[in-house]
Design a protein around this ligand. Structure first.
Ligand SMILES: NC(=O)c1ccc[n+]([C@@H]2O[C@H](COP(=O)([O-])OP(=O)(O)OC[C@H]3O[C@@H](n4cnc5c(N)ncnc54)[C@H](OP(=O)(O)O)[C@@H]3O)[C@@H](O)[C@H]2O)c1
Length: 237
């Protein structure tokens, strides 16, 4: 199968690319990002790095490389921690407008049918845009509207299947401070997972499994992603 990973240089996208090399069913990976990706196993020819200047712009030569995809995992967003560094209009453009532009470009490039589109959101995103949370209200409502936009794709674009992944905190060991936090979460998770969190490796395994074998349900909450990620690792052996 041909998989497109958008935001391939990001925290989650880069791990999805790394794990996609280990999955035999995936025969071609388009790693779409604003910079070329570095693949550890550079001898692998199934990952193709495709660079866009902006996630809203898809020139014809880029679209040609997107043709015939079976699935796409969309990870692009300005996360809440970084949102205060940008005007809100830019945050909305990257999170929402670029998702629509990217989806349309892939669809215009004639994907396979069914075409699976897995969109990353976050647990806690409100379901109803009229229920504005106290904390980061504009941001949360915008992410809710983006989820609703994605949920409307199957009706508008025949052959499309969608899934919204809603992880909690994505734990990882990419820096010392993140490794320390991940260690802390691992300890606390033995007793409770009150603050939803998922290990980056498990999260990536979960969404890859869903992209390859089909979506279990429309929205995958943090607990679903933990369960699916752990199960996917077991079946990979
Ligand atoms: N990390 C978490 O703890 C967490 C928790 C819950 C949900 N999520 C969600 O999971 C998804 C992936 O998260 P992540 O941690 O992997 O995010 P990330 O690494 O910060 O960013 C993901 C991608 O978004 C693109 N991006 C970020 N800022 C941009 C900007 N200003 N302009 C254009 N593109 C920009 C980046 O593209 P370039 O690489 O080309 O710059 C990057 O590849 C997001 O939807 C996020 O909200 C993350």
């Amino acid at each position: 199968m041909k998989l497109i990973v958008v935001g391939a240089t990001g925290l989650v996208g880069s791990e999805i690319i790394r794990q996609s090399l280990e999955i035999g069913e995936i025969t071609e990976v388009i790693a779409l990002a604003r910079h070329p990706i570095q693949v550890e196993n550079s001898s692998s020819s199934k990952v193709k790095s495709v660079v866009v200047r902006d996630y809203a712009e898809y020139p014809e030569d880029v679209k040609a490389k997107l043709t015939g995809a079976d699935a796409c995992i969309w990870t692009v967003a300005i996360t809440p921690f970084r949102a205060s560094n940008f005007p809100f209009a830019e945050v909305k453009r990257v999170c929402q407008d670029c998702t629509l532009a990217g989806f349309k470009a892939i669809y215009e490039a004639r994907p396979k049918s069914p075409f699976r589109f897995l969109y990353f959101s976050a647990e806690g995103t409100p379901q109803d845009p009229s229920k504005r949370p106290m904390l980061m209200g504009d941001y949360q409502v915008m992410r809710c509207n983006t989820e609703n936009m994605v949920m409307g794709f199957p009706a508008q674009f025949p052959g499309t299947q969608i899934c919204i992944a809603q992880p909690g905190v994505v734990t990882n060991s990419t820096t010392w401070s993140r490794a320390a936090l991940a260690f802390l979460f691992r300890g606390v998770n033995l007793f409770t997972r009150r603050i939803p969190n998922v290990d980056r490796n498990e999260l990536s395994a979960a969404v890859l499994h869903q992209a390859v074998y089909g979506f279990e349900k429309e929205t995958l909450l943090n607990n679903d992603l933990v369960r699916l990620g752990q199960a996917a690792f077991k079946t990979r052996g």
